[in-house]
Design a binder for this molecule. Structure first.
Ligand code: PBG
Length: 338
């Protein structure tokens, strides 16, 4: 399959010589249609609260969502992913605010689906923004994360979001068996067309720090990690087993997270399974790149487009990225292909 060739009959620089031929032989093309924009929402009026560790990213109150929704639609970004920052007073040990029909996410989804029906809306299934302990699941007296008990709450959260109109439920919690339980709950609630985007291959990572500040879970989590449910970053076989199980349980799409250090996992999934695979360029990757742009250590537009294109080259069909709007602007203004 590998077609090498011998110098000088083969000179690989020939096709690189001109823009026209570089354009014609390009194997991977990034488009705005590959992008999903994660958005943090907060209660209150006229709020646009900067997230310190994520320059350019804000927590947005629902009355201010029009701006971003319109921008996404204008550029042709197909979908957004919503994450809540909720009042500490609403947090409990059992995270029950996560399935409140009148809760922040349910209201956000209803508003968006009424005003922007064509914009896909993805909501997370995980408890960390809602719990006093900042874990994605319920915790027993010894500090262990309870699996099956958590899944019962995730089912309720998924049904609550799907009833509000969410197009896609994205379980990011890494409990065992949650995809089949959520799938069954959706089927029996007559929500047969709701997609499940499983964070199937989600690693216990230091790259989530800025996100945890953005959703207000980092103080609560403290120094406790998520290693008893998220994957060990040393393991790829285990990541593939997670993917396989989630496919069998009824996931429509699987995701790898974080992104850049895990391109081998994306490639292995897309080589082995026919399911669409997304990748999440997470908050820490965003923060890292933003820091370098600010110091002019890296060129902004070019680095964004390169980082995103390489996810596609690894096999991803879409990318969740805080750079979605920047990338869309770069792509539409574009000579970026040169
Ligand atoms: C919640 C969740 C996390 C992210 C998405 N959903 C954080 C975590 O698992 O601690 C991280 C996203 C990012 O870092 O941008 N379960």
């Amino acid at each position: 399959m590998i077609s090498g060739g011998k110098y000088p009959s083969t000179r690989l620089r020939r096709t690189r010589r001109n823009i026209f031929s570089r354009n014609l032989v390009r194997e991977t093309v990034l488009t705005v249609e590959d992008l999903v924009y994660p958005i943090f929402v907060v209660d209150g009026k006229k709020k646009l609260i900067p997230v310190d560790s994520m320059p350019g990213i804000h927590r947005i109150s629902l009355d201010n969502l029009d701006g971003v929704a319109n921008e996404c639609l204008k550029f042709g970004i197909p979908a957004i992913a919503l994450f809540p920052y909720i009042d500490e007073k609403l947090k409990t040990d059992d995270g029950r605010e996560s399935f409140n029909d009148q809760g922040l996410i349910a209201r956000a989804v209803r508003l968006l689906k009424i005003n922007y029906p064509e914009l896909g809306v993805i909501t997370d299934a995980a408890l960390d923004p809602y719990t006093t302990h900042g874990q994605d699941g319920l915790v027993d007296a010894d500090g262990h994360i309870l699996n099956d008990e958590t899944v019962v709450v995730l089912e309720k959260q998924a049904i609550c979001c799907a009833n509000a109109g969410a197009d896609v439920i994205a379980p990011s919690d890494m409990m065992d068996g949650r995809i089949s339980k959520i799938r069954n709950a959706l089927e029996s609630s007559n929500l047969k067309n709701t997609l499940i985007l499983s964070y199937a291959s989600k690693f216990a990572s230091s790259f989530y720090g800025p996100f945890r500040s953005a959703v207000g879970s980092s103080m609560n989590l403290g120094t406790k990690g998520k290693a008893t449910y998220q994957l060990d970053f040393s393991n790829i076989n285990e990541a593939l087993r997670e993917v396989e199980m989630d496919i069998e349980e009824g996931a429509d799409i699987v995701m790898v997270k974080p992104g850049m250090p895990y391109l081998d996992v994306v490639r292995a999934i897309t080589d082995n399974y026919l399911i669409p695979t997304f990748v999440y360029q997470v908050s820490g990757e965003y923060a890292m790149l933003k820091g370098a742009f600010k110091n002019q250590w890296l060129p902004e537009k070019e680095t964004i487009i390169e980082s995103l294109t390489c996810f596609k080259r690894a096999g991803a069909s879409a990318i969740l990225t805080y750079f979605a709007l920047d990338a869309a602007k770069a792509l539409t203004s574009s000579n970026s292909a040169t």
